[in-house]
Design a protein around this ligand. Structure first.
Ligand SMILES: [Zn+2]
Ligand SMILES: [Zn+2]
Length: 279
């Protein structure tokens, strides 16, 4: 195994979250069970096997490894990947890939798909992803991965199987779709981005940012730069219904110990118990 970039990991409810995220350094995540990843600030060598990625915005610490990833997949004879990126960035990213194709003398083959907030992307029969607008210094979006199940409509409960089959064969829609938000990923955002899309607070796993924790940091400034402060979490403590809240993207100004101490001191216990600091 080649260790070219740091990875932390944790498991919850049958899903593994792997990744790393520090502000201005690099951010990347993947969930192997769902065969997808978020952001490509760097690319740990063994992450290249993940075929589908969702990018939140085009700050370098979230996008720099996109060409590296595309090139590696081709070099290792893997299928061209699918990359969902904010729609405004598609043309420029295509140009970037073409320039690097010329410099590197290797073809850059991938399926770049533009995403707008509100879009919905089917991953498989069981999973669908929605995009929502976040609030940052450049246009950005977050993503929610939903599990979808098709359940028999109430009015057909109790009917014998044969009759349900006949109805279905005659073209009647006997099931309806039930969705559960599994994972929400915000990327970089100020609180406005989280507040505007309730599934963020409902997803079983929330992966989000907590760039600043020190009490003396000015929050208006932090919000203006499109980030979150610990006090924003404290204020919203009652809203989080998530089973696990991964707080990442911490500023490089902090040491892990300092962050832990401040967070343990400030967060109410029922929220703290579900928070995992990504340090
Ligand atoms: Zn960032
Ligand atoms: Zn950013």
């Amino acid at each position: 195994m080649i260790e070219n970039a740091p990875v932390l990991s944790c498991q919850h409810g049958g899903l593994t979250v792997e990744g790393y995220s520090r502000a201005a350094v690099q951010t990347y995540w993947r969930i192997p069970e769902l065969k997808l990843g978020f952001d490509l600030g760097a690319q740990p060598w063994d992450f290249m096997g993940t075929p589908t990625w969702f990018l939140t915005h085009t700050h370098l610490d979230h996008v720099a490894a996109l060409p590296v990833y595309v090139a590696r997949r081709r070099m290792m004879r893997m299928e061209p990947p699918t990359l969902y990126v904010p729609a405004y960035a598609v043309d420029d990213l295509r140009r970037l890939l073409l320039v690097l194709q010329r410099l590197d003398r290797g073809r850059m083959v991938c399926d770049l798909k533009g995403v707008n907030p509100g879009d919905e992307m089917g991953l498989s029969r069981d999973h669908v992803v929605t995009a929502f607008g976040t609030s940052h210094t450049i246009p950005s979006c977050g993503y929610v991965v939903w599990e979808r199940r098709f359940k028999l409509k109430q009015e057909y409960h109790g009917l014998p199987g044969e009759q349900i089959r006949d109805l279905r064969l005659s073209g009647v829609q006997v099931t309806h779709e039930v969705r559960t938000p599994l994972v929400a990923y915000t990327g970089d955002t100020s609180p406005a981005g989280m507040d505007a899309y309730p599934p963020v607070y409902q997803a079983k796993i929330l992966i989000t940012e907590l760039s600043f924790v020190r009490p003396n940091h000015r929050r208006e400034k932090i919000h203006k730069f499109g980030h979150m402060h610990l006090d924003d979490y404290v204020e919203r403590a009652d809203r989080f219904q998530n089973e696990l809240i991964i707080c990442a993207h911490l500023s490089t100004r902090y040491h892990a110990q300092e962050v832990r101490r401040i967070v343990e001191d400030k967060l109410p216990p029922q929220l703290l118990a579900r928070v995992r600091l990504w340090l």
